[in-house]
Design a protein around this ligand. Structure first.
Ligand SMILES: [Zn+2]
Length: 169
């Protein structure tokens, strides 16, 4: 009796994972296991292997947990900044909340691999006016971040009068 039901209940279904905390809990409880494999010399653990989540859903889990898109740091002279942003490929953009300003005294020598401007390629010098550090992300990441932020907004009380609009002006 109810064989179909017990089959359904017994079919191993991964738990719903929306944040990294969910993922950690599921791994800890043994509901899912990480898959460990070798990539050349490096051992890599795929924590999402048994979650059934698509690559896009995995990205959203990260975005829900960190609130900022994956990207790369680029350092440019202050005088190169606008030209740098203008030449970004169409599918890239700058995540403004992570933009930083640096002085030569603070930046030069701070990171071993930050020695040259990512726009004009010239070496950073103490006589420079200063630098802008951009967080360069894909527009796809930004779109996913906005999607994740929208799905979270019903839980938080909206500011009075701040009706969500679709961006049409
Ligand atoms: Zn430059």
């Amino acid at each position: 009796m109810f064989a179909w039901l017990s089959r359904m209940l017994w079919r191993k279904k991964p738990p719903a994972i929306r944040t990294l905390d969910d993922l950690t809990a599921a791994l800890k409880s043994g509901a899912i296991n990480a898959h460990v494999y070798r990539e050349g010399e490096v051992q890599v653990a795929d924590l999402f292997a048994e979650t059934d989540l698509s690559l896009m859903e995995r990205k959203k889990v990260m975005l829900r947990s960190f609130g900022s898109p994956a990207g790369i740091r680029m350092y440019v002279h202050r005088s190169c900044a606008s030209a740098y942003v203008e030449q970004l490929p169409a599918d890239r953009t700058v995540f403004e909340p992570h933009t930083e300003e640096w002085t030569p005294a603070d930046l030069i020598g701070r990171y071993r691999d930050v020695t040259h401007c990512d726009h004009c390629r010239r070496e950073f010098l103490p006589s420079d006016e200063g630098y802008i550090a951009y967080w360069v992300v894909s527009r796809e990441e930004m779109r996913l971040l906005e999607e994740v932020q929208r799905e979270q907004s019903p839980d938080t009380p909206a500011e009075p009068g701040a009706a969500p609009d679709s961006g049409g002006k």
